[in-house]
Design a protein around this ligand. Structure first.
Ligand code: GDP
Ligand code: IMO
Ligand code: MG
Length: 422
Protein backbone atom coordinates (compact mmCIF):
# COMPACT_ATOMS: atom_id res chain seq x y z
CA UNK A 1 0.00 0.00 0.00
CA UNK A 2 1.42 3.30 -0.96
CA UNK A 3 -1.14 6.02 -0.34
CA UNK A 4 -0.16 8.89 1.94
CA UNK A 5 -2.47 11.66 3.06
CA UNK A 6 -1.04 15.10 3.73
CA UNK A 7 -3.15 17.26 6.04
CA UNK A 8 -2.99 20.75 7.46
CA UNK A 9 -2.91 20.27 11.23
CA UNK A 10 -4.06 23.73 12.31
CA UNK A 11 -6.24 26.44 10.69
CA UNK A 12 -4.75 26.23 7.18
CA UNK A 13 -1.77 27.93 5.54
CA UNK A 14 0.71 25.64 7.29
CA UNK A 15 2.86 25.40 4.17
CA UNK A 16 1.15 22.39 2.54
CA UNK A 17 1.99 23.58 -0.99
CA UNK A 18 5.71 23.72 -0.30
CA UNK A 19 5.80 20.27 1.33
CA UNK A 20 3.63 18.60 -1.36
CA UNK A 21 6.03 20.00 -3.97
CA UNK A 22 9.01 18.55 -2.08
CA UNK A 23 7.38 15.15 -1.53
CA UNK A 24 5.85 14.80 -4.98
CA UNK A 25 9.33 14.03 -6.28
CA UNK A 26 8.74 10.60 -4.69
CA UNK A 27 5.12 10.10 -5.79
CA UNK A 28 3.48 9.17 -9.08
CA UNK A 29 0.14 10.83 -8.45
CA UNK A 30 -0.97 13.80 -6.31
CA UNK A 31 -4.71 14.21 -5.65
CA UNK A 32 -6.70 17.06 -4.09
CA UNK A 33 -9.71 15.70 -2.19
CA UNK A 34 -11.75 18.63 -0.89
CA UNK A 35 -12.15 22.39 -0.78
CA UNK A 36 -11.89 24.61 -3.80
CA UNK A 37 -10.30 27.89 -4.79
CA UNK A 38 -10.54 29.02 -1.17
CA UNK A 39 -7.16 27.26 -0.88
CA UNK A 40 -3.94 29.05 -1.76
CA UNK A 41 -0.94 26.72 -1.84
CA UNK A 42 2.40 28.42 -2.41
CA UNK A 43 5.47 26.89 -3.97
CA UNK A 44 8.64 28.91 -4.33
CA UNK A 45 11.39 27.81 -6.65
CA UNK A 46 14.30 30.24 -6.48
CA UNK A 47 12.63 33.63 -6.64
CA UNK A 48 9.66 32.43 -8.68
CA UNK A 49 6.45 31.99 -6.69
CA UNK A 50 3.53 29.80 -7.80
CA UNK A 51 0.22 29.98 -5.93
CA UNK A 52 -2.15 27.13 -6.73
CA UNK A 53 -5.81 27.14 -5.75
CA UNK A 54 -7.32 24.07 -7.39
CA UNK A 55 -4.60 22.17 -9.22
CA UNK A 56 -2.53 19.89 -6.96
CA UNK A 57 0.88 21.15 -5.89
CA UNK A 58 2.60 18.22 -7.65
CA UNK A 59 2.07 19.92 -11.03
CA UNK A 60 5.57 21.43 -11.11
CA UNK A 61 7.09 17.92 -11.28
CA UNK A 62 6.99 16.68 -14.89
CA UNK A 63 6.42 13.02 -14.10
CA UNK A 64 3.60 13.47 -11.61
CA UNK A 65 -0.05 13.04 -12.54
CA UNK A 66 -2.35 15.53 -10.81
CA UNK A 67 -5.90 14.71 -9.92
CA UNK A 68 -8.81 16.85 -8.76
CA UNK A 69 -11.08 14.51 -6.80
CA UNK A 70 -14.85 14.31 -6.54
CA UNK A 71 -14.76 16.07 -3.15
CA UNK A 72 -13.40 19.31 -4.64
CA UNK A 73 -15.74 22.11 -5.70
CA UNK A 74 -14.59 23.66 -8.96
CA UNK A 75 -14.93 27.28 -9.97
CA UNK A 76 -14.58 27.24 -13.79
CA UNK A 77 -13.11 30.74 -13.92
CA UNK A 78 -10.49 29.96 -11.26
CA UNK A 79 -9.55 26.67 -12.92
CA UNK A 80 -9.19 28.18 -16.39
CA UNK A 81 -7.09 31.02 -14.99
CA UNK A 82 -4.85 28.52 -13.24
CA UNK A 83 -4.43 26.39 -16.37
CA UNK A 84 -3.55 29.54 -18.31
CA UNK A 85 -1.08 30.61 -15.61
CA UNK A 86 0.68 27.24 -15.80
CA UNK A 87 0.78 27.32 -19.61
CA UNK A 88 2.31 30.81 -19.53
CA UNK A 89 4.97 29.44 -17.20
CA UNK A 90 5.70 26.58 -19.62
CA UNK A 91 4.33 23.91 -17.31
CA UNK A 92 2.89 21.17 -19.45
CA UNK A 93 -0.36 19.83 -18.04
CA UNK A 94 -1.48 17.77 -21.03
CA UNK A 95 -1.92 14.13 -20.10
CA UNK A 96 -1.10 15.01 -16.48
CA UNK A 97 -4.24 16.75 -15.22
CA UNK A 98 -7.35 14.74 -14.42
CA UNK A 99 -10.65 16.11 -13.12
CA UNK A 100 -13.32 13.97 -11.51
CA UNK A 101 -16.61 13.75 -13.39
CA UNK A 102 -18.26 13.74 -9.95
CA UNK A 103 -16.81 17.04 -8.70
CA UNK A 104 -19.36 19.80 -8.15
CA UNK A 105 -19.27 23.14 -9.92
CA UNK A 106 -19.28 26.51 -8.23
CA UNK A 107 -21.96 28.56 -9.94
CA UNK A 108 -22.13 32.38 -10.05
CA UNK A 109 -25.01 32.29 -7.54
CA UNK A 110 -22.81 30.45 -5.04
CA UNK A 111 -20.32 33.33 -4.97
CA UNK A 112 -23.13 35.85 -4.79
CA UNK A 113 -24.80 34.03 -1.87
CA UNK A 114 -21.43 33.71 -0.11
CA UNK A 115 -21.00 37.47 -0.22
CA UNK A 116 -24.64 38.09 0.80
CA UNK A 117 -24.24 35.71 3.80
CA UNK A 118 -21.03 37.49 4.79
CA UNK A 119 -22.76 40.86 4.80
CA UNK A 120 -25.31 39.56 7.32
CA UNK A 121 -25.12 38.88 11.04
CA UNK A 122 -23.67 35.37 10.85
CA UNK A 123 -20.34 36.39 9.37
CA UNK A 124 -17.61 33.71 9.23
CA UNK A 125 -14.90 35.66 7.41
CA UNK A 126 -15.00 33.35 4.36
CA UNK A 127 -12.76 33.69 1.34
CA UNK A 128 -15.82 34.68 -0.72
CA UNK A 129 -15.21 31.89 -3.23
CA UNK A 130 -18.73 30.43 -3.03
CA UNK A 131 -17.56 27.35 -1.11
CA UNK A 132 -20.30 27.13 1.55
CA UNK A 133 -23.25 27.66 -0.82
CA UNK A 134 -21.82 25.13 -3.32
CA UNK A 135 -21.48 22.38 -0.68
CA UNK A 136 -24.94 23.38 0.57
CA UNK A 137 -26.42 22.61 -2.87
CA UNK A 138 -24.35 19.41 -3.07
CA UNK A 139 -25.82 18.04 0.15
CA UNK A 140 -29.29 19.38 -0.73
CA UNK A 141 -28.90 17.29 -3.92
CA UNK A 142 -29.34 20.29 -6.18
CA UNK A 143 -25.74 20.68 -7.25
CA UNK A 144 -24.40 20.71 -10.79
CA UNK A 145 -21.53 18.30 -11.36
CA UNK A 146 -18.80 18.15 -13.97
CA UNK A 147 -20.56 15.14 -15.51
CA UNK A 148 -23.62 17.33 -16.14
CA UNK A 149 -21.54 19.39 -18.56
CA UNK A 150 -21.40 16.40 -20.88
CA UNK A 151 -25.14 16.41 -21.60
CA UNK A 152 -26.09 19.84 -22.96
CA UNK A 153 -29.89 19.44 -22.80
CA UNK A 154 -29.90 18.18 -19.24
CA UNK A 155 -27.34 20.82 -18.27
CA UNK A 156 -29.53 23.64 -19.58
CA UNK A 157 -32.58 22.27 -17.80
CA UNK A 158 -30.68 21.89 -14.52
CA UNK A 159 -29.14 25.36 -14.68
CA UNK A 160 -32.54 26.90 -15.54
CA UNK A 161 -34.23 25.14 -12.65
CA UNK A 162 -31.52 26.12 -10.17
CA UNK A 163 -31.43 29.73 -11.30
CA UNK A 164 -35.21 30.02 -11.15
CA UNK A 165 -35.03 28.96 -7.51
CA UNK A 166 -32.05 31.21 -6.70
CA UNK A 167 -33.63 34.18 -8.50
CA UNK A 168 -36.69 33.76 -6.31
CA UNK A 169 -34.48 33.83 -3.23
CA UNK A 170 -32.40 36.75 -4.49
CA UNK A 171 -35.46 38.82 -5.38
CA UNK A 172 -37.83 38.01 -2.53
CA UNK A 173 -35.44 37.57 0.38
CA UNK A 174 -32.45 39.71 -0.52
CA UNK A 175 -34.05 42.26 -2.85
CA UNK A 176 -31.21 41.56 -5.31
CA UNK A 177 -31.21 41.71 -9.13
CA UNK A 178 -32.02 38.44 -10.89
CA UNK A 179 -29.29 36.43 -12.59
CA UNK A 180 -29.04 36.13 -16.37
CA UNK A 181 -29.76 32.47 -17.22
CA UNK A 182 -28.57 32.64 -20.85
CA UNK A 183 -25.21 34.19 -19.93
CA UNK A 184 -24.58 31.49 -17.32
CA UNK A 185 -25.49 28.66 -19.72
CA UNK A 186 -23.11 30.16 -22.29
CA UNK A 187 -20.28 30.46 -19.77
CA UNK A 188 -20.60 26.89 -18.52
CA UNK A 189 -20.91 25.30 -21.97
CA UNK A 190 -17.74 27.14 -23.04
CA UNK A 191 -16.05 25.83 -19.88
CA UNK A 192 -17.09 22.29 -20.83
CA UNK A 193 -15.23 22.60 -24.13
CA UNK A 194 -12.10 23.84 -22.39
CA UNK A 195 -11.92 21.09 -19.77
CA UNK A 196 -13.39 18.18 -21.69
CA UNK A 197 -10.00 16.45 -22.22
CA UNK A 198 -9.32 16.34 -18.49
CA UNK A 199 -12.59 14.79 -17.29
CA UNK A 200 -12.01 11.31 -15.84
CA UNK A 201 -13.37 8.67 -13.52
CA UNK A 202 -10.93 9.60 -10.76
CA UNK A 203 -11.77 6.74 -8.41
CA UNK A 204 -10.89 4.19 -11.13
CA UNK A 205 -7.75 6.09 -12.09
CA UNK A 206 -6.50 6.16 -8.50
CA UNK A 207 -7.48 2.59 -7.63
CA UNK A 208 -5.81 1.32 -10.84
CA UNK A 209 -2.69 3.30 -9.98
CA UNK A 210 -2.68 1.73 -6.51
CA UNK A 211 -3.08 -1.77 -8.03
CA UNK A 212 -0.11 -0.98 -10.29
CA UNK A 213 1.97 -0.17 -7.18
CA UNK A 214 2.12 3.52 -8.00
CA UNK A 215 2.58 5.93 -5.12
CA UNK A 216 -0.27 8.32 -4.42
CA UNK A 217 -0.18 11.46 -2.30
CA UNK A 218 -3.49 13.01 -1.20
CA UNK A 219 -3.19 16.77 -0.76
CA UNK A 220 -5.56 18.25 1.82
CA UNK A 221 -6.59 21.87 1.62
CA UNK A 222 -7.34 24.07 4.67
CA UNK A 223 -6.64 22.45 8.04
CA UNK A 224 -8.14 20.11 10.63
CA UNK A 225 -9.54 22.91 12.79
CA UNK A 226 -11.45 24.23 9.76
CA UNK A 227 -13.13 20.83 9.27
CA UNK A 228 -16.93 21.15 9.21
CA UNK A 229 -17.28 18.16 11.58
CA UNK A 230 -14.14 18.32 13.72
CA UNK A 231 -13.22 22.00 13.62
CA UNK A 232 -14.30 25.13 15.43
CA UNK A 233 -17.82 25.14 13.97
CA UNK A 234 -19.37 27.42 12.70
CA UNK A 235 -16.02 29.14 12.04
CA UNK A 236 -14.94 26.43 9.61
CA UNK A 237 -15.04 25.67 5.93
CA UNK A 238 -17.79 23.46 4.47
CA UNK A 239 -15.75 20.33 3.76
CA UNK A 240 -13.62 17.73 5.55
CA UNK A 241 -9.92 18.62 5.37
CA UNK A 242 -9.14 15.90 7.96
CA UNK A 243 -7.61 12.67 6.69
CA UNK A 244 -10.99 10.89 6.67
CA UNK A 245 -12.08 13.29 3.94
CA UNK A 246 -9.43 11.93 1.59
CA UNK A 247 -11.27 8.64 1.06
CA UNK A 248 -14.66 10.30 0.58
CA UNK A 249 -13.19 12.91 -1.72
CA UNK A 250 -11.44 10.50 -4.09
CA UNK A 251 -13.06 7.07 -3.90
CA UNK A 252 -9.91 5.45 -2.51
CA UNK A 253 -10.73 3.03 0.33
CA UNK A 254 -9.38 3.50 3.90
CA UNK A 255 -7.61 0.14 3.65
CA UNK A 256 -5.32 1.61 0.97
CA UNK A 257 -3.94 4.35 3.23
CA UNK A 258 -0.51 3.70 4.68
CA UNK A 259 0.56 7.04 6.10
CA UNK A 260 -0.75 10.39 7.28
CA UNK A 261 1.65 13.32 7.19
CA UNK A 262 0.76 16.40 9.20
CA UNK A 263 1.88 19.85 8.13
CA UNK A 264 2.57 21.75 11.32
CA UNK A 265 3.45 25.43 11.39
CA UNK A 266 5.94 26.22 14.19
CA UNK A 267 3.48 28.82 15.54
CA UNK A 268 -0.23 29.32 14.91
CA UNK A 269 -2.13 31.42 12.39
CA UNK A 270 -5.76 31.83 11.49
CA UNK A 271 -7.56 33.89 8.82
CA UNK A 272 -11.16 34.91 9.30
CA UNK A 273 -13.24 34.89 12.45
CA UNK A 274 -13.43 32.38 15.28
CA UNK A 275 -11.73 31.49 18.57
CA UNK A 276 -7.94 31.40 18.76
CA UNK A 277 -6.75 30.76 22.35
CA UNK A 278 -3.04 31.45 21.77
CA UNK A 279 -3.54 34.55 19.61
CA UNK A 280 -1.05 37.37 20.24
CA UNK A 281 -2.32 40.87 19.67
CA UNK A 282 0.91 42.44 20.97
CA UNK A 283 4.28 43.16 19.35
CA UNK A 284 5.23 39.45 19.35
CA UNK A 285 2.14 38.76 17.22
CA UNK A 286 3.21 41.57 14.89
CA UNK A 287 6.73 40.15 14.78
CA UNK A 288 5.43 36.73 13.69
CA UNK A 289 3.18 38.32 11.08
CA UNK A 290 6.01 40.40 9.67
CA UNK A 291 8.74 37.74 9.78
CA UNK A 292 6.38 35.08 8.45
CA UNK A 293 4.83 37.37 5.79
CA UNK A 294 1.48 36.20 7.11
CA UNK A 295 -0.92 37.50 4.49
CA UNK A 296 -3.47 35.22 2.80
CA UNK A 297 -2.35 33.57 -0.45
CA UNK A 298 -5.92 33.74 -1.78
CA UNK A 299 -7.41 36.92 -0.34
CA UNK A 300 -4.35 38.88 0.82
CA UNK A 301 -5.98 39.32 4.26
CA UNK A 302 -3.56 39.60 7.22
CA UNK A 303 -3.41 36.34 9.16
CA UNK A 304 -3.89 36.42 12.92
CA UNK A 305 -0.77 35.03 14.65
CA UNK A 306 -0.05 33.37 17.98
CA UNK A 307 2.07 30.88 19.90
CA UNK A 308 2.24 27.23 18.97
CA UNK A 309 -0.70 25.36 20.46
CA UNK A 310 0.45 21.82 21.23
CA UNK A 311 -2.87 21.01 22.90
CA UNK A 312 -4.68 21.82 19.66
CA UNK A 313 -2.16 20.00 17.44
CA UNK A 314 -2.30 16.93 19.71
CA UNK A 315 -6.08 16.87 19.04
CA UNK A 316 -5.33 17.20 15.34
CA UNK A 317 -2.81 14.34 15.52
CA UNK A 318 -5.45 12.14 17.10
CA UNK A 319 -8.33 12.80 14.72
CA UNK A 320 -6.12 12.65 11.62
CA UNK A 321 -3.92 9.76 12.69
CA UNK A 322 -0.80 11.80 11.96
CA UNK A 323 2.28 9.59 12.14
CA UNK A 324 4.92 12.00 10.93
CA UNK A 325 5.08 15.77 10.67
CA UNK A 326 6.70 18.44 8.56
CA UNK A 327 7.40 21.39 10.86
CA UNK A 328 7.27 24.53 8.76
CA UNK A 329 8.30 28.17 9.12
CA UNK A 330 10.70 27.42 11.95
CA UNK A 331 12.98 30.22 10.68
CA UNK A 332 10.25 32.75 11.55
CA UNK A 333 10.85 32.15 15.28
CA UNK A 334 14.53 33.16 15.06
CA UNK A 335 15.29 36.27 17.10
CA UNK A 336 12.76 35.64 19.88
CA UNK A 337 14.32 35.45 23.34
CA UNK A 338 11.72 33.07 24.67
CA UNK A 339 9.13 30.96 22.90
CA UNK A 340 5.92 29.86 24.54
CA UNK A 341 4.02 26.68 23.76
CA UNK A 342 0.49 26.01 24.96
CA UNK A 343 0.32 22.55 26.54
CA UNK A 344 -3.15 22.57 28.13
CA UNK A 345 -6.32 24.64 28.51
CA UNK A 346 -7.95 25.70 31.76
CA UNK A 347 -11.40 27.00 32.56
CA UNK A 348 -11.90 28.37 36.10
CA UNK A 349 -8.54 26.92 37.13
CA UNK A 350 -9.56 23.40 36.03
CA UNK A 351 -7.55 21.69 33.29
CA UNK A 352 -9.69 20.40 30.43
CA UNK A 353 -9.55 16.68 29.62
CA UNK A 354 -10.39 17.03 25.92
CA UNK A 355 -9.88 19.66 23.27
CA UNK A 356 -13.16 21.62 23.06
CA UNK A 357 -14.38 22.38 19.54
CA UNK A 358 -17.41 24.14 21.01
CA UNK A 359 -16.67 27.78 20.29
CA UNK A 360 -18.30 29.13 23.46
CA UNK A 361 -16.01 26.96 25.54
CA UNK A 362 -12.98 27.64 23.37
CA UNK A 363 -13.57 31.38 23.69
CA UNK A 364 -13.26 31.02 27.45
CA UNK A 365 -10.22 28.81 27.88
CA UNK A 366 -6.98 30.07 29.39
CA UNK A 367 -3.95 28.56 27.69
CA UNK A 368 -1.35 26.97 29.98
CA UNK A 369 2.09 27.75 28.62
CA UNK A 370 5.54 26.27 28.96
CA UNK A 371 8.40 28.61 28.06
CA UNK A 372 11.36 27.48 26.02
CA UNK A 373 14.56 29.30 25.18
CA UNK A 374 14.70 31.03 21.81
CA UNK A 375 17.64 31.35 19.42
CA UNK A 376 19.23 34.27 17.61
CA UNK A 377 20.87 32.63 14.64
CA UNK A 378 19.45 32.78 11.12
CA UNK A 379 18.63 29.10 10.49
CA UNK A 380 17.40 29.48 6.91
CA UNK A 381 20.68 28.29 5.40
CA UNK A 382 21.10 25.27 7.70
CA UNK A 383 21.02 22.06 5.66
CA UNK A 384 21.47 19.43 8.35
CA UNK A 385 19.50 18.81 11.49
CA UNK A 386 22.66 18.50 13.59
CA UNK A 387 23.74 22.00 12.59
CA UNK A 388 20.62 23.63 14.05
CA UNK A 389 21.15 25.54 17.33
CA UNK A 390 20.55 23.34 20.37
CA UNK A 391 17.57 25.52 21.43
CA UNK A 392 15.95 24.93 18.01
CA UNK A 393 16.42 21.17 18.37
CA UNK A 394 14.94 21.34 21.89
CA UNK A 395 11.92 23.19 20.51
CA UNK A 396 11.43 20.55 17.79
CA UNK A 397 11.75 17.70 20.33
CA UNK A 398 9.28 19.40 22.63
CA UNK A 399 6.67 19.78 19.86
CA UNK A 400 7.09 16.21 18.70
CA UNK A 401 6.71 14.80 22.24
CA UNK A 402 3.73 16.96 23.18
CA UNK A 403 1.89 16.34 19.91
CA UNK A 404 2.66 12.63 19.59
CA UNK A 405 4.30 12.38 16.18
CA UNK A 406 7.74 11.96 14.71
CA UNK A 407 9.27 14.99 12.98
CA UNK A 408 10.33 13.95 9.49
CA UNK A 409 10.85 17.30 7.72
CA UNK A 410 11.84 20.71 9.03
CA UNK A 411 11.23 23.70 6.78
CA UNK A 412 13.40 26.76 7.35
CA UNK A 413 12.38 28.95 4.41
CA UNK A 414 9.87 29.10 1.55
CA UNK A 415 12.20 27.67 -1.12
CA UNK A 416 12.64 24.01 -2.05
CA UNK A 417 16.22 23.87 -0.81
CA UNK A 418 15.38 25.46 2.54
CA UNK A 419 14.28 22.08 3.81
CA UNK A 420 15.90 19.65 6.25
CA UNK A 421 14.95 15.96 6.10
CA UNK A 422 15.38 13.96 9.29
P1 GDP B 1 -0.65 26.34 2.42
O1 GDP B 1 -2.00 26.90 2.16
O2 GDP B 1 -0.64 25.40 3.58
O3 GDP B 1 -0.03 25.73 1.20
O4 GDP B 1 0.27 27.56 2.87
P2 GDP B 1 0.35 29.00 2.14
O5 GDP B 1 1.04 28.84 0.84
O6 GDP B 1 -1.00 29.63 2.11
O7 GDP B 1 1.18 29.82 3.19
C1 GDP B 1 2.47 29.45 3.56
C2 GDP B 1 3.41 30.63 3.25
O8 GDP B 1 4.62 30.42 3.94
C3 GDP B 1 3.77 30.73 1.79
O9 GDP B 1 4.02 32.09 1.49
C4 GDP B 1 5.06 29.94 1.69
O10 GDP B 1 5.89 30.35 0.63
C5 GDP B 1 5.70 30.25 3.02
N1 GDP B 1 6.53 29.18 3.59
C6 GDP B 1 6.37 27.84 3.52
N2 GDP B 1 7.29 27.22 4.27
C7 GDP B 1 8.06 28.19 4.84
C8 GDP B 1 9.16 28.20 5.75
O11 GDP B 1 9.62 27.17 6.22
N3 GDP B 1 9.66 29.42 6.12
C9 GDP B 1 9.16 30.59 5.65
N4 GDP B 1 9.70 31.73 6.05
N5 GDP B 1 8.12 30.62 4.78
C10 GDP B 1 7.57 29.44 4.40
P1 IMO C 1 -5.34 26.64 2.52
O1 IMO C 1 -5.63 25.38 1.75
C1 IMO C 1 -6.65 29.32 5.69
C2 IMO C 1 -10.97 29.92 6.12
C3 IMO C 1 -11.54 31.27 5.80
C4 IMO C 1 -12.72 31.31 6.76
C5 IMO C 1 -13.21 29.88 6.76
C6 IMO C 1 -14.37 29.63 5.80
O2 IMO C 1 -4.64 27.67 1.73
O3 IMO C 1 -4.72 26.33 3.83
P2 IMO C 1 -14.56 29.44 3.15
O4 IMO C 1 -14.22 30.40 2.07
O5 IMO C 1 -13.84 28.14 3.05
O6 IMO C 1 -16.04 29.23 3.30
O7 IMO C 1 -14.07 30.15 4.52
O8 IMO C 1 -12.10 29.09 6.34
N1 IMO C 1 -10.17 29.30 5.03
C7 IMO C 1 -8.84 29.18 5.05
N2 IMO C 1 -7.94 29.63 5.95
N3 IMO C 1 -6.24 28.59 4.63
C8 IMO C 1 -7.14 28.12 3.73
O9 IMO C 1 -6.81 27.26 2.76
C9 IMO C 1 -8.51 28.44 3.91
N4 IMO C 1 -9.63 28.17 3.21
C10 IMO C 1 -10.64 28.68 3.92
O10 IMO C 1 -10.60 32.29 6.06
O11 IMO C 1 -12.25 31.58 8.07
MG1 MG D 1 -2.91 28.76 1.97
Amino acid sequence: MSVSILVGSQWGDEGKGKIVDILSDRFDVVARYQGGANAGHTIQIGDKQYILHLIPSGILRDNVKCVIGNGVVIDPKALLEEIEFLRKNNIDIEGRLFISHNAHLIMPYHKLLDSINESGKQKIGTTGRGIGPCYYDKYARKGIKIVDLLNRDDLEAKIRQNIEEKNNLLKKVYNHDELDVEAIIKEYTAFDEAIDPYITDVSSLLNNAISDNKKVLMEGAQGALLDVDHGTYPYVTSSNPTSGGACIGTGVPPTAISNVIGIVKAYTTRVGLGPFPTELTDETGEYLQKQGAEFGSTTGRPRRCGWFDAYLVKYSTTINGIKEAAITKLDVLSGLKEIKVCVAYEINGQKLKHFPTDVCKLDNVTPVYETLAGWDQDISKVEEYNNLPSETKDYLDFISKKCGFKNSIVSVGPRRKETIEL
